[in-house]
Design a protein around this ligand. Sequence first.
Ligand SMILES: Nc1ncnc2c1ncn2[C@@H]1O[C@H](COP(=O)(O)OP(=O)(O)O)[C@@H](O)[C@H]1O
Ligand SMILES: [Mg+2]
Length: 238
Amino acid sequence: MIGVKPLVSTEVLPSVAGRVPAAEQPVLRLDDLTRVYGARTVVAIRLWAVAAGQHSLILGPSGSGKTTVLHLIAGLLRPSRGSVRVAAQELGALTPAQLDAFRGRTIGIVLQRLHLIPALTVRDNLRLARTLARLPPDPARIDTLIADLGLAALAGARPSRLSQGEAQRVAIARAVVNRPALILADEPTSALDDANCDAVFTLLRAQAEASGATLVIATHDPRLQPLLQHRLELPAQP
Ligand SMILES: Nc1ncnc2c1ncn2[C@@H]1O[C@H](COP(=O)(O)OP(=O)(O)O)[C@@H](O)[C@H]1O
Ligand SMILES: [Mg+2]
């Protein structure tokens, strides 16, 4: 299975991890990942690894834990047990401040609720993503993304003026602006008709590839299932 070989060496000799070439490291590895709420176990994943460039799906019916898994991968939620490793970094080893900085640089996130900042323009929402990750300004990168995503006429607009589709494109731009290694998207197509489903998937994949990122999509949308072969299937909750 992909990722097992470097895994063994990094586990036995943690100090070797930094010397394994980046291309051989999985961009994501979940080990014995468990999340419990009260007496209920909502996530229990023995092992799942994603190689760099191996765009993937997290599948399962509603309530199976897809969103919870994405939040664990993003470090927005801590596991009850087990580990998440992103680009060879074990998230549990980071302090909250380190985790915020790491997430800002390494992980792009498109959640179901888009969380654009309402008081800021489209351009300033993208600028803020760089600032929060403590990256230097990069107006050329932001201009290119705004143009690529068809948002040029809206760069100075606030989110309340955008259609849902436009707001989602801004969220995709924000997810890729820092050139993350990993992009996580939660149900990006579930509310869309077939034409827009296709367009958003194509856009996400194209932007991930242009930014050198690996895409992981959590979805119960059957239209996406034939499009990516590497997948984590979550069982229905009892
Ligand atoms: N903060 C929480 N407290 C208690 N239960 C939760 C919490 N968050 C999610 N759950 C439960 O975990 C299960 C998985 O939820 P979720 O990850 O949202 O599933 P999905 O995204 O696949 O629909 C659900 O039964 C949900 O009710
Ligand atoms: Mg969900």
